[in-house]
Design a protein around this ligand. Structure first.
Ligand SMILES: [Zn+2]
Ligand SMILES: [Zn+2]
Length: 266
């Protein structure tokens, strides 16, 4: 209830600063990077392709203040569930680790919006399941807060760590999702983070070993670690822990998550 109230309150603030976003967008109309971002917002596969062909930076993120940005084209497409565009951008090498100004990675936003198919695609391309945002939230926490039960199940199946105590946000999670997570936690069973494997195992008995560098992914074997490294962990490893500033208000947390939805939708 409190969350819904805060969301409503937030929506009006988002509307207020949309004018300045639209202004900046309009001013940069000729810029090929901005065209890429706009095409992702509109969900136009053709225009995304055209912008890339014209030389747009695939990981461009339009910042409109210190603490807010549209996110990259991939972030936007994940947020809105534009599966074709997500596929194209991943094929073309878009970063699954680059965060919006407020520390959310594409996997956070896909989980937040319950875009289950997108979650799967990101993980197949090496996105780290337990990537942290500035509140130490993993994508699983975001799926639980908004009770996207299918996404919660998929994240666990793919190997997300069900132990959410470190994020300290169990009380924000919806009951139904929390139940699923608690069940998974009871078994103490984790999974190999190589999406091609997913073999269950236990950390305690050493059947799964942590990536020595990031300590956020687990593998059943050296081969699985190597395979995951080559599908994309190479680019993510070392970027998935959040070490920057903590957010200073609820509005700031929500700004990166909600603002692009309102931009130039036509
Ligand atoms: Zn494995
Ligand atoms: Zn790693």
């Amino acid at each position: 209830m409190l969350l819904q109230f805060k969301l409503r309150q937030h929506t009006s603030k988002v509307r207020q600063h949309m004018c300045s976003v639209s202004y900046k967008m309009a001013r940069n109309e000729g810029n090929v990077n901005v065209r890429l971002v706009q095409a992702a917002i509109r969900g136009s596969l053709r225009d995304v392709e055209a912008a890339l062909k014209a030389g747009a930076d695939i990981d461009f993120d339009l910042r409109y203040s210190d603490k807010a940005s549209t996110g990259t084209a991939l972030f936007i497409a994940c947020q809105r569930g534009h599966v074709d565009i997500v596929k194209l951008l991943l094929r073309e090498g878009a970063s699954v680790a680059k965060r919006s100004a407020l520390s959310h990675a594409p996997l956070h936003i896909a989980a937040f919006n319950g875009e289950t198919e997108v979650v799967e695609l990101l993980v197949q391309h090496g996105a780290t399941l337990d990537i942290r945002d500035n509140r130490q939230h993993t994508p699983l926490v975001h799926a639980c807060i908004f009770n996207h039960v299918d996404t919660v199940r998929l994240l666990l199946k793919l190997g997300a760590n069900p132990d959410l105590r470190e994020a300290g946000s169990l009380d924000e999670c919806e009951e139904e999702s929390l139940k699923i997570v608690e069940e998974a936690m009871k078994t103490k069973l984790l999974r190999c983070c190589n999406p091609k494997c997913g073999k269950p195992g236990y950390r305690k008995t050493g059947t799964l070993k942590l990536c020595g560098r990031c300590k956020l992914t687990r593998y059943c074997s050296r081969d699985c670690q190597k395979q995951h490294w080559s599908v994309g962990h190479k680019k993510c490893c070392g970027h998935d822990a959040y070490t920057g500033e903590r957010p200073d208000s609820f509005e700031n947390i929500m700004a990166s998550v909600f603002s692009p939805i309102q931009v130039n939708d036509g």
